[in-house]
Design a binder for this molecule. Structure first.
Ligand SMILES: [Zn+2]
Ligand SMILES: [Zn+2]
Length: 316
């Protein structure tokens, strides 16, 4: 048979396109810092790529982040419309104010949607924040009268549930954040694609916990099968922070210690292919830059660190 390049070319192009890993998730960071700057605190809007069906992973900052995303042409419309229409729910890792302030402040202007969380987290929202003494009860439970805008949705650790008005699912796993206080890791899923977001967490070593080990055991098969698209994890302090002043957070050294445990489970080459998005750097002095530099120095696993910026879309 005669070789006809004209006929073969489309197949080669199609093959090359298939060889590229396809992106599944779009993440719009609405806030990335671990404190101080109330206009830029932990909140990550995530949707299946090509849709406007976002859920917010934590909600420290909403309005200022949406405005930034509009300015960057990541989203079109007014901040008010986007908050109401594009954000379909909130996944709250733990009830510290730097993770919920945006949700509470924007509640009067928001539309009806669920708030997902582990029982302990929902309980704090119910008894401390969405009460008539501290604000107004925009939710469907607790202090009477209830305004029924937000619906509490309790997550059971390790049990996958659908996220309303999206095609994604979530599974929650407890984390230790100043033992015995808990935070949460959320494993987002759409078909064969997964993304892991960890709220604030200390290392197992310092927290005297095995919560991260349990999480690494759960997600390592997904890394081996190339289904995990990204890991969002905090590094709050530089290495110089004393162990007794970590307050349930990670340093570059402690992150790498945990990543080495994960890599033992998942295989190093597997983990090197998973982008590691560094969240929650506390903007004290020059610490954000120091953390970045120290992560490069301790990176014995050749990990691909990503530093999110407010309003700048990421794809995984
Ligand atoms: Zn916290
Ligand atoms: Zn925090």
């Amino acid at each position: 048979m005669k070789f006809t390049p004209i006929l073969v070319l489309p197949f080669l192009i199609a093959f090359a396109a298939c060889a590229q890993p396809k992106t599944a998730f779009q993440v719009v960071p609405l806030g990335v810092k671990g404190g101080s700057d109330e206009s830029n605190l932990s909140a990550y809007a995530i949707a299946l790529k090509g849709t406007n069906e976002y859920v917010c992973l934590d909600a420290g900052t909403l309005h200022a982040g949406i405005e930034k995303a509009v300015l960057n042409k990541t989203w079109q419309g007014t901040a008010d419309e986007i908050l109401k229409n594009n954000i379909k729910g909130y996944l709250i890792s733990h009830p510290h104010l730097d993770h919920v302030a945006g949700l509470i402040i924007n509640a009067p202007d928001d539309s009806a949607k669920p708030i997902y969380g582990l029982p302990g987290c929902i309980d704090v929202l119910k008894t401390n924040y969405f009460t008539w003494k501290s604000w107004a009860n925009f939710t469907n439970e607790g202090d009477k009268p209830t305004l029924n805008k937000y619906t509490y949705t309790i997550l059971i650790p390790g049990t996958s549930v659908p996220l309303s008005n999206t095609t994604m699912r979530v599974t929650a796993f407890p984390l230790s954040h100043v033992n015995p206080y808990e935070s949460t890791a959320f494993l987002l899923q759409h078909n064969e694609d997964y993304l892991l977001y960890l709220g604030d967490t200390g290392s197992d070593e310092i927290e005297k916990s095995d919560k991260l080990l349990a999480l690494w055991r759960t997600v390592s098969p997904l890394i081996k099968e190339k289904k995990l698209k990204a890991i969002f994890i905090e590094v709050s302090f530089p290495n110089s922070q004393a162990d007794n002043l970590l307050f349930g957070h990670l340093t570059p050294r402690l992150l790498l210690k945990e990543m080495n445990v994960l890599s033992q489970q998942a295989g190093n080459s597997g983990l090197a292919n998973v982008p590691i998005v560094i969240t929650h750097r506390k903007p004290v002095g020059n610490n954000e830059e120091i953390i970045k530099k120290e992560l490069t120095q301790v990176n014995n696993l050749n990990l691909n660190f990503i530093y999110p910026e407010q309003g700048k879309s990421l794809e995984f």
